[in-house]
Design a protein around this ligand. Structure first.
Ligand code: FAD
Length: 457
């Protein structure tokens, strides 16, 4: 772990005045966890973790740090996977831990306001209690936060049904890099009054402002579900099937895929049999939700698919949970092999299968000792390419994968963001005009350049 720079005593006193002595943490044993990311690939050092308890305190922290020219890294659950949430250049960490809490659900409008530090699971629970559901869900739900999900425009398992976090976001409260509080929480469903500033903060990865709260749309809670694991002989057959399911299965809620080696790895990790045994070349997990028994609707849709080599249908909660465990434990199972290089990419539908077939060879060409693991949200054209067996700072495999993505007209980040890991490639994908526009926005909202200066731009 790199050496942490010292915190200037004058700044330390100023921060204590804002948050109180209990919430400025400087003991390296206490702050160490905030300096390393979930994968262990990105390790930094920080002089302090500061935990403001309100938007006004966040504003005070940002103003004090801007005055001293000290950079900040906003941090929520620290489950981000692109090195954007950790202090790689000795920044102070601004933790949202004390900004947690959910407000009342608007029962007719289907909206909820939640503090930035609230976990996604807590938002889901509050929505369920009011007879609604939150449309975004993923395996890190107990730790990942509202602020982090807005900052990364998190996607997850149900984008095929409800869109990513951006689609749920009505408004935010945020402290801009200028130290001003932007209160955009009152935005309505139909509201054509100028720029979508909350939308601008969504996906900005903590570079423009610190999100302190968000107003989120909810979706109807659907009581009945069915889930099937379908086997296919190729990625091409699985992609065609997903296209047909999107048209033919109105309650489609999830379409997740992984390869045969991935199925075997996760089954070994769980000490269970693979969902389909022996694992087919591609396993597609198809979930649907609605009112009334969903198994018939799912079975009828599956009947119309070509290329299905095997199927297992889960029609009760316990069997559904067992199937989901295979999918949701994938990230964890891969991490048992060491710190993986994680590339989360999306491709146009007509390029998806070709990419999946070609990418292992491209990786092997630059790193013959590497292992490639492929899984992802096939319904959204999103594949996670994980590579194990290469050193954390060896970028050759990242370059090979992301180069192929751009050749195939894809995006180098589907849902995790650019972070520090993919800045060069973001510039290549978006081009000089878009990057200059982003830099101009950054200069306007964070003129001192103190919010996540090592991220994105
Ligand atoms: C097991 C596992 C599974 C995952 N699956 C998915 C998945 O399916 N889909 C998906 O999209 N992601 C997934 N992720 C990634 C991760 O959970 C998301 O990126 C999530 O949105 C990060 O939230 P966080 O609170 O942990 O943010 P952090 O990791 O703390 O931060 C992420 C970024 O947001 C910024 N940030 C954090 N809080 C704020 C704030 N209040 N204001 C401004 N900026 C802020 C940080 O500076 C950083 O750039 C997964 C991660 C794990 C570990």
């Amino acid at each position: 772990m790199p050496e942490a720079p010292a915190l200037d005593p004058r700044l330390a006193r100023a921060l204590v005045e804002v948050v109180g002595a209990d919430h400025l943490l400087t003991d390296p044993d206490v702050t160490a966890g905030a300096a390393v990311d979930w994968t262990g690939r990105f390790r930094g050092a920080t002089p302090a973790v500061v935990r403001p308890g309100s938007a006004a305190e966040v504003a005070g922290v940002v103003q004090r740090c801007a005055a001293e020219g000290v950079a900040l890294v906003p941090q929520g659950g620290n489950t981000g996977l692109v090195g954007g949430s950790v202090p790689l250049a000795g920044e102070v960490v601004l933790s949202s831990a004390r900004l947690a809490g959910v407000g009342d659900v608007d029962p007719d409008g289907g909206r909820i306001t939640a503090g930035a530090g609230t976990s996604i699971a807590a938002v889901q629970a509050a929505a369920a209690e009011a007879g609604w559901a939150y449309g975004v869900d993923w395996a890190a739900r107990d730790t990942a936060t509202v602020g982090g999900s807005v900052a990364t425009d998190a996607g997850g398992l149900h984008v095929v049904a409800h869109g990513s976090t951006r689609a749920q976001l009505l408004g935010v409260e945020a402290v801009l890099g200028t130290g001003e509080v932007l209160d955009d929480l009152g935005r309505l469903e139909k509201d054509a009054t100028g720029y979508d500033l909350s939308g601008l903060l969504c996906g900005s990865e903590g570079t423009l402002g610190v999100v302190t709260a968000a107003r989120l749309r909810l979706v109807p809670a659907l009581p009945d579900r069915a889930l099937a694991a379908l086997g296919f002989g190729s990625w091409a057959d699985a992609v065609t099937a997903v296209g047909l399911l999107r048209r033919g299965l109105p309650g489609l809620e999830a379409a997740e895929a992984h390869g045969a080696a991935e199925a075997a790895l996760v089954a070994g990790h769980l000490g269970a049999s693979p969902a389909l045994d022996p694992p087919p070349a591609v396993t597609l997990l198809v979930g649907c939700a609605g009112h009334g028994d969903q198994v018939d609707a799912l079975a009828a849709a599956v009947d119309g698919l070509a290329g299905v080599t095997g199927a297992a249908v889960a029609d009760d909660g316990a069997r559904r949970a067992a199937l989901w465990r295979h999918r949701e434990s994938m990230t964890e199972a891969i991490s048992t092999l060491g710190s993986p290089h994680k590339m989360d990419v999306s491709l146009p539908a007509d390029a998806l299968a070709g990419f999946a077939e070609e990418v292992p060879a491209r990786i092997a060409a630059v790193a013959p000792e590497a292992r490639t693991w492929l899984f992802g949200h096939l319904g959204d054209g999103n594949l996670h390419v994980n590579v194990t067996g290469v050193a954390p700072d060896d970028a050759a495999v990242d370059d090979a994968v992301l180069g192929l993505v751009l050749e195939r007209r894809g995006s180098i980040s589907a849902e995790h963001g650019v972070g520090t890991a993919k800045r060069r490639w973001a510039a290549e994908q978006r081009g000089p005009t878009a990057m200059a526009a982003m830099a101009a926005i950054k200069a306007a909202l964070d003129p001192a350049g103190i919010l996540n200066p090592a991220v994105l731009l």
